[in-house]
Design a protein around this ligand. Sequence first.
Ligand SMILES: Cc1cc2nc3c(=O)[nH]c(=O)nc-3n(C[C@H](O)[C@H](O)[C@H](O)COP(=O)(O)OP(=O)(O)OC[C@H]3O[C@@H](n4cnc5c(N)ncnc54)[C@H](O)[C@@H]3O)c2cc1C
Length: 443
Amino acid sequence: MPEKQPTEAQHPIVIIGAGHSGVAVAAGLRTRGWEGGILLLEAEKETPYERPPLSKELLKASAPDQSTVLRKEKFYQDKRIDRLAGLTVDAIDRPGRTVLLSDGSRHGYHRLVIATGSRARALTVPGAGLPGVQALRTRDDALDLKRVLVPGARVVIIGAGYIGLEVAAAAAAKGCEVTVLEFQDRVMSRVTSEPVSRFFEQLHEQNGVRFVFGAAVTAVEGAERAERVVTADGTVHPADVVLAGIGVVPNQELADGAGLQCQDGILVDGDGRTSGAGIYATGDVTRFTSATDGASQRLECIQNALAQADRAAAHITGQAPAEAEIPWFWTVQHGVRLQTAGVRHPDDDAIVRGTPEDGKFSVVYLRNGRLAAVDTIAGLSDFRPARKLIAQGARIDPSLAVDPGTALADCVLADCDLADAGLADAALADAVIPAAPNAKELP
Ligand SMILES: Cc1cc2nc3c(=O)[nH]c(=O)nc-3n(C[C@H](O)[C@H](O)[C@H](O)COP(=O)(O)OP(=O)(O)OC[C@H]3O[C@@H](n4cnc5c(N)ncnc54)[C@H](O)[C@@H]3O)c2cc1C
Protein backbone atom coordinates (compact mmCIF):
# COMPACT_ATOMS: atom_id res chain seq x y z
CA MET A 1 0.00 0.00 0.00
CA PRO A 2 1.41 3.47 -0.82
CA GLU A 3 2.50 5.51 2.20
CA LYS A 4 -0.10 8.08 3.27
CA GLN A 5 1.09 11.63 2.51
CA PRO A 6 0.58 14.26 5.23
CA THR A 7 -2.16 16.74 4.45
CA GLU A 8 -1.22 20.39 3.95
CA ALA A 9 -2.50 21.22 7.45
CA GLN A 10 -0.14 18.62 8.94
CA HIS A 11 2.92 20.22 7.40
CA PRO A 12 5.04 22.42 9.65
CA ILE A 13 5.41 26.15 9.50
CA VAL A 14 8.67 26.46 7.62
CA ILE A 15 10.94 29.41 8.36
CA ILE A 16 13.81 30.19 6.00
CA GLY A 17 16.69 31.90 7.81
CA ALA A 18 17.66 31.52 11.47
CA GLY A 19 18.80 35.08 12.13
CA HIS A 20 17.21 37.37 14.68
CA SER A 21 13.92 37.43 12.84
CA GLY A 22 13.54 33.77 11.90
CA VAL A 23 14.36 32.59 15.41
CA ALA A 24 11.95 35.16 16.85
CA VAL A 25 9.15 33.92 14.58
CA ALA A 26 9.73 30.36 15.81
CA ALA A 27 9.80 31.46 19.45
CA GLY A 28 6.75 33.69 18.94
CA LEU A 29 4.72 30.88 17.40
CA ARG A 30 5.30 28.72 20.46
CA THR A 31 4.62 31.58 22.88
CA ARG A 32 1.37 32.17 21.05
CA GLY A 33 0.37 28.55 21.42
CA TRP A 34 1.10 27.08 17.98
CA GLU A 35 1.20 23.33 18.62
CA GLY A 36 2.04 22.10 15.12
CA GLY A 37 5.47 21.52 13.64
CA ILE A 38 8.05 24.27 13.14
CA LEU A 39 11.00 23.77 10.80
CA LEU A 40 13.79 26.36 10.85
CA LEU A 41 16.12 26.23 7.83
CA GLU A 42 19.50 27.96 7.85
CA ALA A 43 22.39 28.16 5.41
CA GLU A 44 25.03 28.62 8.13
CA LYS A 45 26.06 25.57 10.16
CA GLU A 46 26.35 27.01 13.64
CA THR A 47 23.84 27.69 16.36
CA PRO A 48 22.02 30.92 15.41
CA TYR A 49 23.87 33.91 16.82
CA GLU A 50 23.58 37.66 17.32
CA ARG A 51 25.10 40.00 14.75
CA PRO A 52 25.51 43.33 16.63
CA PRO A 53 28.49 42.09 18.69
CA LEU A 54 30.36 41.10 15.49
CA SER A 55 31.49 44.68 14.90
CA LYS A 56 31.73 45.57 18.59
CA GLU A 57 32.60 43.21 21.47
CA LEU A 58 33.79 40.29 19.35
CA LEU A 59 36.57 42.32 17.73
CA LYS A 60 38.14 43.22 21.08
CA ALA A 61 41.41 41.41 21.72
CA SER A 62 40.19 40.08 25.05
CA ALA A 63 36.82 38.82 23.78
CA PRO A 64 36.24 35.09 23.36
CA ASP A 65 35.66 34.00 19.76
CA GLN A 66 32.14 32.95 20.63
CA SER A 67 29.53 35.58 19.90
CA THR A 68 26.33 35.35 21.85
CA VAL A 69 23.98 32.67 20.64
CA LEU A 70 20.41 33.81 20.17
CA ARG A 71 19.00 30.77 22.00
CA LYS A 72 20.71 27.79 23.58
CA GLU A 73 20.29 24.41 21.84
CA LYS A 74 18.03 23.29 24.67
CA PHE A 75 15.53 25.98 23.75
CA TYR A 76 15.00 24.49 20.30
CA GLN A 77 14.61 21.00 21.79
CA ASP A 78 12.24 22.10 24.54
CA LYS A 79 10.10 24.09 22.11
CA ARG A 80 10.10 21.32 19.48
CA ILE A 81 11.63 23.59 16.86
CA ASP A 82 13.28 21.37 14.25
CA ARG A 83 16.38 22.82 12.64
CA LEU A 84 18.26 22.01 9.48
CA ALA A 85 21.53 23.94 9.37
CA GLY A 86 24.20 24.17 6.68
CA LEU A 87 21.72 23.82 3.81
CA THR A 88 20.32 26.59 1.66
CA VAL A 89 16.80 26.81 0.37
CA ASP A 90 17.18 27.01 -3.40
CA ALA A 91 13.57 27.40 -4.50
CA ILE A 92 9.99 27.79 -3.35
CA ASP A 93 7.36 25.77 -5.18
CA ARG A 94 4.22 27.79 -4.46
CA PRO A 95 1.64 25.54 -6.16
CA GLY A 96 3.13 22.50 -4.38
CA ARG A 97 3.61 24.46 -1.09
CA THR A 98 7.09 23.03 -0.73
CA VAL A 99 10.65 24.35 -0.47
CA LEU A 100 13.60 22.75 -2.25
CA LEU A 101 16.90 22.47 -0.34
CA SER A 102 20.49 22.34 -1.62
CA ASP A 103 20.72 18.62 -0.73
CA GLY A 104 17.80 17.91 -3.08
CA SER A 105 15.26 17.35 -0.29
CA ARG A 106 11.81 18.90 -0.37
CA HIS A 107 9.79 20.05 2.61
CA GLY A 108 6.10 20.84 2.57
CA TYR A 109 4.86 23.85 4.44
CA HIS A 110 1.61 24.81 6.05
CA ARG A 111 2.73 28.45 6.19
CA LEU A 112 6.10 29.76 4.98
CA VAL A 113 8.12 32.60 6.53
CA ILE A 114 11.00 34.08 4.53
CA ALA A 115 13.50 35.61 6.97
CA THR A 116 16.58 35.51 4.77
CA GLY A 117 17.96 38.87 5.90
CA SER A 118 20.46 40.81 3.88
CA ARG A 119 24.06 40.47 2.77
CA ALA A 120 26.89 42.94 2.62
CA ARG A 121 26.92 44.90 -0.64
CA ALA A 122 29.92 43.72 -2.67
CA LEU A 123 32.69 46.09 -3.64
CA THR A 124 32.93 45.89 -7.42
CA VAL A 125 36.07 47.90 -8.30
CA PRO A 126 39.06 46.16 -9.93
CA GLY A 127 41.01 44.21 -7.29
CA ALA A 128 38.01 43.84 -4.97
CA GLY A 129 38.46 40.08 -5.05
CA LEU A 130 42.04 40.14 -3.72
CA PRO A 131 42.73 38.39 -0.42
CA GLY A 132 42.75 40.98 2.34
CA VAL A 133 39.57 42.67 1.09
CA GLN A 134 36.51 41.72 3.06
CA ALA A 135 33.06 42.65 4.32
CA LEU A 136 31.48 41.97 7.71
CA ARG A 137 28.21 40.10 7.98
CA THR A 138 28.84 36.68 9.52
CA ARG A 139 30.72 35.41 12.52
CA ASP A 140 33.37 33.94 10.21
CA ASP A 141 33.84 37.39 8.67
CA ALA A 142 34.30 38.85 12.16
CA LEU A 143 36.82 36.20 13.20
CA ASP A 144 38.78 36.70 9.96
CA LEU A 145 38.86 40.42 10.67
CA LYS A 146 39.80 39.99 14.30
CA ARG A 147 42.86 37.93 13.31
CA VAL A 148 44.25 40.69 11.08
CA LEU A 149 43.51 43.67 13.34
CA VAL A 150 46.92 43.64 15.00
CA PRO A 151 48.98 46.59 16.29
CA GLY A 152 50.49 48.55 13.39
CA ALA A 153 48.26 46.98 10.70
CA ARG A 154 47.20 49.54 8.09
CA VAL A 155 43.43 49.25 7.93
CA VAL A 156 41.52 51.01 5.17
CA ILE A 157 37.78 51.09 5.67
CA ILE A 158 35.55 51.96 2.73
CA GLY A 159 32.33 53.56 3.97
CA ALA A 160 31.64 55.57 7.11
CA GLY A 161 28.34 53.95 8.07
CA TYR A 162 27.60 52.15 11.34
CA ILE A 163 29.65 49.06 10.58
CA GLY A 164 32.63 50.85 9.05
CA LEU A 165 32.82 53.18 12.04
CA GLU A 166 32.39 50.45 14.65
CA VAL A 167 35.24 48.53 13.02
CA ALA A 168 37.31 51.72 12.84
CA ALA A 169 36.88 52.13 16.60
CA ALA A 170 37.79 48.50 17.30
CA ALA A 171 40.83 48.65 15.01
CA ALA A 172 42.09 51.91 16.51
CA ALA A 173 41.72 50.46 20.01
CA LYS A 174 43.92 47.56 18.91
CA GLY A 175 46.67 49.89 17.74
CA CYS A 176 45.99 49.73 13.99
CA GLU A 177 46.54 52.67 11.65
CA VAL A 178 43.00 53.37 10.49
CA THR A 179 41.89 55.33 7.43
CA VAL A 180 38.21 55.66 6.56
CA LEU A 181 37.36 56.55 2.97
CA GLU A 182 33.90 58.04 2.57
CA PHE A 183 32.24 59.27 -0.61
CA GLN A 184 29.98 61.76 1.20
CA ASP A 185 31.29 64.76 3.15
CA ARG A 186 30.53 63.40 6.62
CA VAL A 187 30.07 60.16 8.55
CA MET A 188 26.70 58.36 8.89
CA SER A 189 25.17 60.88 6.47
CA ARG A 190 22.37 58.50 5.50
CA VAL A 191 21.07 58.13 9.05
CA THR A 192 21.90 61.24 11.04
CA SER A 193 22.33 65.01 10.96
CA GLU A 194 25.46 67.10 10.69
CA PRO A 195 25.93 67.85 14.43
CA VAL A 196 25.94 64.13 15.24
CA SER A 197 28.26 63.35 12.33
CA ARG A 198 30.73 66.03 13.39
CA PHE A 199 30.68 64.84 16.99
CA PHE A 200 31.55 61.28 15.96
CA GLU A 201 34.19 62.43 13.48
CA GLN A 202 35.96 64.31 16.27
CA LEU A 203 35.66 61.37 18.60
CA HIS A 204 37.27 59.08 16.03
CA GLU A 205 40.01 61.59 15.20
CA GLN A 206 40.84 61.97 18.90
CA ASN A 207 41.32 58.20 18.89
CA GLY A 208 43.65 58.24 15.91
CA VAL A 209 41.26 57.48 13.05
CA ARG A 210 41.89 59.41 9.83
CA PHE A 211 39.02 60.36 7.48
CA VAL A 212 39.10 61.13 3.79
CA PHE A 213 35.78 62.57 2.60
CA GLY A 214 34.64 62.86 -1.01
CA ALA A 215 36.69 59.75 -1.69
CA ALA A 216 35.56 57.59 -4.62
CA VAL A 217 37.42 54.27 -4.55
CA THR A 218 38.46 53.18 -8.03
CA ALA A 219 40.67 50.15 -7.38
CA VAL A 220 42.33 47.89 -4.88
CA GLU A 221 45.84 46.90 -5.93
CA GLY A 222 48.39 44.34 -4.85
CA ALA A 223 50.44 41.42 -6.14
CA GLU A 224 49.19 38.46 -4.12
CA ARG A 225 46.87 40.33 -1.79
CA ALA A 226 45.52 43.83 -1.18
CA GLU A 227 48.35 46.30 -0.65
CA ARG A 228 46.72 49.65 -1.41
CA VAL A 229 43.41 51.35 -2.19
CA VAL A 230 43.28 53.95 -4.94
CA THR A 231 40.77 56.80 -5.11
CA ALA A 232 39.53 58.77 -8.14
CA ASP A 233 41.91 61.68 -7.49
CA GLY A 234 44.83 59.28 -7.79
CA THR A 235 45.62 59.11 -4.07
CA VAL A 236 47.05 55.78 -2.95
CA HIS A 237 46.22 54.51 0.54
CA PRO A 238 48.57 51.72 1.67
CA ALA A 239 46.63 48.86 3.24
CA ASP A 240 47.17 45.52 4.95
CA VAL A 241 43.46 45.11 5.56
CA VAL A 242 40.58 46.51 3.48
CA LEU A 243 37.05 46.45 4.87
CA ALA A 244 34.12 47.36 2.63
CA GLY A 245 31.26 48.70 4.73
CA ILE A 246 29.12 49.97 1.88
CA GLY A 247 25.66 48.85 2.89
CA VAL A 248 23.59 45.73 2.44
CA VAL A 249 21.26 44.22 -0.15
CA PRO A 250 18.20 42.15 0.74
CA ASN A 251 18.35 38.38 0.12
CA GLN A 252 15.16 38.42 -1.93
CA GLU A 253 16.14 36.09 -4.79
CA LEU A 254 14.06 33.17 -3.47
CA ALA A 255 10.99 35.37 -3.29
CA ASP A 256 11.70 36.85 -6.71
CA GLY A 257 12.08 33.37 -8.17
CA ALA A 258 8.75 32.38 -6.68
CA GLY A 259 7.03 35.37 -8.27
CA LEU A 260 6.42 37.28 -5.03
CA GLN A 261 6.28 41.05 -5.32
CA CYS A 262 9.69 42.57 -4.54
CA GLN A 263 11.10 46.08 -4.88
CA ASP A 264 14.49 46.29 -3.21
CA GLY A 265 13.02 44.01 -0.52
CA ILE A 266 10.08 41.64 -0.37
CA LEU A 267 6.90 43.71 -0.15
CA VAL A 268 4.89 42.93 2.97
CA ASP A 269 1.93 44.41 4.78
CA GLY A 270 1.72 45.27 8.47
CA ASP A 271 1.25 41.58 9.35
CA GLY A 272 4.27 40.44 7.36
CA ARG A 273 2.14 38.97 4.54
CA THR A 274 3.72 38.86 1.11
CA SER A 275 1.79 38.80 -2.15
CA GLY A 276 1.80 34.96 -2.02
CA ALA A 277 -0.87 32.95 -0.26
CA GLY A 278 0.33 31.64 3.10
CA ILE A 279 3.77 33.22 2.69
CA TYR A 280 5.15 35.78 5.12
CA ALA A 281 8.45 37.65 5.21
CA THR A 282 10.12 39.39 8.15
CA GLY A 283 13.30 41.29 9.03
CA ASP A 284 15.99 42.89 6.88
CA VAL A 285 14.67 41.28 3.68
CA THR A 286 11.35 43.15 3.72
CA ARG A 287 10.09 46.47 2.43
CA PHE A 288 6.94 47.95 3.88
CA THR A 289 4.99 51.14 4.40
CA SER A 290 5.82 53.10 7.54
CA ALA A 291 2.79 53.32 9.79
CA THR A 292 3.89 56.73 11.04
CA ASP A 293 4.49 58.62 7.82
CA GLY A 294 3.53 56.34 4.94
CA ALA A 295 7.08 56.15 3.58
CA SER A 296 8.17 52.96 1.85
CA GLN A 297 11.05 51.63 3.91
CA ARG A 298 13.46 48.78 4.48
CA LEU A 299 14.85 48.78 8.02
CA GLU A 300 18.05 46.98 8.95
CA CYS A 301 17.84 46.70 12.71
CA ILE A 302 17.12 44.24 15.48
CA GLN A 303 14.03 46.10 16.67
CA ASN A 304 12.36 45.70 13.26
CA ALA A 305 13.47 42.08 12.89
CA LEU A 306 11.80 41.24 16.21
CA ALA A 307 8.70 43.40 15.78
CA GLN A 308 7.88 41.99 12.35
CA ALA A 309 8.48 38.47 13.66
CA ASP A 310 5.90 39.08 16.36
CA ARG A 311 3.35 40.44 13.92
CA ALA A 312 3.77 37.47 11.58
CA ALA A 313 3.51 34.97 14.46
CA ALA A 314 0.40 36.78 15.71
CA HIS A 315 -1.23 36.70 12.29
CA ILE A 316 -0.43 33.05 11.70
CA THR A 317 -1.97 32.09 15.04
CA GLY A 318 -4.92 34.45 14.61
CA GLN A 319 -4.03 36.62 17.58
CA ALA A 320 -3.56 40.33 18.18
CA PRO A 321 0.03 41.50 17.78
CA ALA A 322 1.91 43.38 20.48
CA GLU A 323 1.45 47.13 20.38
CA ALA A 324 3.27 48.66 17.41
CA GLU A 325 6.65 50.19 18.20
CA ILE A 326 8.59 53.09 16.80
CA PRO A 327 11.78 51.79 15.12
CA TRP A 328 14.96 52.30 17.09
CA PHE A 329 18.66 51.76 16.45
CA TRP A 330 21.94 51.97 18.26
CA THR A 331 25.66 52.02 17.66
CA VAL A 332 28.66 52.17 20.00
CA GLN A 333 31.91 53.78 18.87
CA HIS A 334 34.91 54.34 21.20
CA GLY A 335 32.60 53.51 24.08
CA VAL A 336 30.09 56.25 23.19
CA ARG A 337 26.56 55.11 22.49
CA LEU A 338 24.29 56.73 19.91
CA GLN A 339 20.65 55.75 20.23
CA THR A 340 18.09 56.73 17.66
CA ALA A 341 14.32 56.60 17.96
CA GLY A 342 12.29 56.97 14.77
CA VAL A 343 13.47 57.40 11.21
CA ARG A 344 14.90 60.80 10.34
CA HIS A 345 14.33 62.32 6.87
CA PRO A 346 17.04 64.58 5.41
CA ASP A 347 14.75 67.63 5.30
CA ASP A 348 13.51 67.34 8.90
CA ASP A 349 14.22 70.36 11.14
CA ALA A 350 17.01 69.50 13.59
CA ILE A 351 17.17 70.98 17.09
CA VAL A 352 20.28 70.35 19.18
CA ARG A 353 19.64 69.88 22.91
CA GLY A 354 22.79 70.33 25.00
CA THR A 355 26.33 70.99 23.83
CA PRO A 356 28.14 68.42 21.71
CA GLU A 357 31.44 69.61 23.25
CA ASP A 358 30.26 68.17 26.58
CA GLY A 359 29.84 64.77 24.92
CA LYS A 360 26.25 64.40 26.04
CA PHE A 361 23.45 65.80 23.87
CA SER A 362 20.40 64.97 21.79
CA VAL A 363 19.17 66.07 18.39
CA VAL A 364 15.43 66.29 17.98
CA TYR A 365 13.98 66.04 14.45
CA LEU A 366 10.67 67.73 13.64
CA ARG A 367 8.61 67.07 10.53
CA ASN A 368 5.83 69.61 10.01
CA GLY A 369 6.26 70.50 13.66
CA ARG A 370 5.75 66.93 14.90
CA LEU A 371 8.43 64.87 16.59
CA ALA A 372 9.74 62.42 13.96
CA ALA A 373 13.03 61.13 15.39
CA VAL A 374 15.58 61.74 18.13
CA ASP A 375 19.30 60.97 18.32
CA THR A 376 20.64 60.67 21.85
CA ILE A 377 24.35 60.64 22.51
CA ALA A 378 25.69 59.16 25.73
CA GLY A 379 22.45 59.55 27.64
CA LEU A 380 19.12 57.83 27.87
CA SER A 381 16.90 60.60 29.14
CA ASP A 382 15.40 61.68 25.78
CA PHE A 383 15.35 58.24 24.17
CA ARG A 384 12.48 56.60 26.04
CA PRO A 385 10.05 59.53 26.09
CA ALA A 386 10.88 60.18 22.42
CA ARG A 387 9.62 56.75 21.37
CA LYS A 388 6.28 57.44 23.00
CA LEU A 389 5.97 61.00 21.74
CA ILE A 390 6.87 60.04 18.16
CA ALA A 391 4.19 57.35 18.24
CA GLN A 392 1.70 59.93 19.45
CA GLY A 393 2.67 62.38 16.73
CA ALA A 394 3.43 65.02 19.36
CA ARG A 395 3.87 68.61 18.21
CA ILE A 396 6.95 70.13 19.82
CA ASP A 397 7.68 73.73 20.75
CA PRO A 398 11.18 74.33 19.29
CA SER A 399 11.86 77.22 21.69
CA LEU A 400 11.46 74.83 24.62
CA ALA A 401 13.18 71.88 22.97
CA VAL A 402 16.52 73.70 22.64
CA ASP A 403 16.84 73.65 26.44
CA PRO A 404 18.12 70.24 27.58
CA GLY A 405 16.92 71.12 31.08
CA THR A 406 13.30 70.92 29.88
CA ALA A 407 12.10 67.33 29.68
CA LEU A 408 11.03 66.38 26.16
CA ALA A 409 7.50 65.62 27.36
CA ASP A 410 7.27 69.19 28.65
CA CYS A 411 8.10 70.54 25.16
CA VAL A 412 4.82 69.23 23.73
CA LEU A 413 2.56 72.04 22.57
CA ALA A 414 -0.45 72.34 24.84
CA ASP A 415 -3.01 72.44 22.02
CA CYS A 416 -1.63 69.28 20.45
CA ASP A 417 -4.20 66.57 19.78
CA LEU A 418 -2.09 63.48 20.34
CA ALA A 419 -4.83 61.09 19.39
CA ASP A 420 -5.20 62.17 15.78
CA ALA A 421 -1.71 61.43 14.60
CA GLY A 422 -0.81 58.30 16.49
CA LEU A 423 0.72 55.02 15.40
CA ALA A 424 -2.70 53.46 15.19
CA ASP A 425 -3.23 49.85 14.32
CA ALA A 426 -5.52 51.10 11.60
CA ALA A 427 -2.54 52.78 9.97
CA LEU A 428 -0.61 49.53 10.08
CA ALA A 429 -3.53 47.64 8.63
CA ASP A 430 -3.64 50.15 5.77
CA ALA A 431 0.06 49.75 5.12
CA VAL A 432 -0.53 47.08 2.56
CA ILE A 433 1.30 45.82 -0.45
CA PRO A 434 -0.37 46.08 -3.85
CA ALA A 435 -3.21 43.57 -4.17
CA ALA A 436 -1.92 40.06 -4.60
CA PRO A 437 -3.10 38.26 -7.72
CA ASN A 438 -4.29 35.39 -5.57
CA ALA A 439 -5.35 37.47 -2.58
CA LYS A 440 -8.48 35.42 -2.04
CA GLU A 441 -6.30 32.46 -1.13
CA LEU A 442 -4.60 34.36 1.69
CA PRO A 443 -5.04 32.79 5.12
C1 LIG B 1 28.24 43.51 12.06
C2 LIG B 1 26.82 43.92 12.27
C3 LIG B 1 26.49 44.75 13.33
C4 LIG B 1 25.16 45.14 13.54
N1 LIG B 1 24.87 45.95 14.59
C5 LIG B 1 23.58 46.28 14.83
C6 LIG B 1 23.24 47.08 15.96
O1 LIG B 1 24.09 47.51 16.73
N2 LIG B 1 21.92 47.37 16.16
C7 LIG B 1 20.93 46.90 15.32
O2 LIG B 1 19.75 47.18 15.55
N3 LIG B 1 21.24 46.16 14.24
C8 LIG B 1 22.54 45.84 13.98
N4 LIG B 1 22.85 45.08 12.88
C9 LIG B 1 21.77 44.69 11.94
C10 LIG B 1 21.04 43.46 12.45
O3 LIG B 1 21.96 42.46 12.77
C11 LIG B 1 20.06 42.98 11.40
O4 LIG B 1 19.07 43.97 11.24
C12 LIG B 1 19.42 41.67 11.80
O5 LIG B 1 20.40 40.67 11.88
C13 LIG B 1 18.35 41.26 10.82
O6 LIG B 1 17.86 40.01 11.18
P1 LIG B 1 17.25 39.03 10.08
O7 LIG B 1 16.85 37.79 10.79
O8 LIG B 1 16.25 39.75 9.26
O9 LIG B 1 18.45 38.73 9.08
P2 LIG B 1 19.85 38.00 9.31
O10 LIG B 1 20.35 38.21 10.69
O11 LIG B 1 20.69 38.43 8.16
O12 LIG B 1 19.51 36.46 9.17
C14 LIG B 1 19.11 35.89 7.95
C15 LIG B 1 19.58 34.45 7.91
O13 LIG B 1 19.03 33.82 6.75
C16 LIG B 1 19.98 32.91 6.23
N5 LIG B 1 19.66 32.66 4.82
C17 LIG B 1 19.67 33.56 3.81
N6 LIG B 1 19.29 32.97 2.66
C18 LIG B 1 19.04 31.67 2.94
C19 LIG B 1 18.62 30.55 2.17
N7 LIG B 1 18.35 30.66 0.86
N8 LIG B 1 18.48 29.35 2.79
C20 LIG B 1 18.73 29.23 4.11
N9 LIG B 1 19.12 30.27 4.90
C21 LIG B 1 19.27 31.46 4.32
C22 LIG B 1 21.30 33.63 6.43
O14 LIG B 1 22.38 32.71 6.46
C23 LIG B 1 21.08 34.32 7.78
O15 LIG B 1 21.58 33.59 8.86
C24 LIG B 1 24.15 44.68 12.65
C25 LIG B 1 24.49 43.85 11.56
C26 LIG B 1 25.80 43.47 11.38
C27 LIG B 1 26.15 42.57 10.22
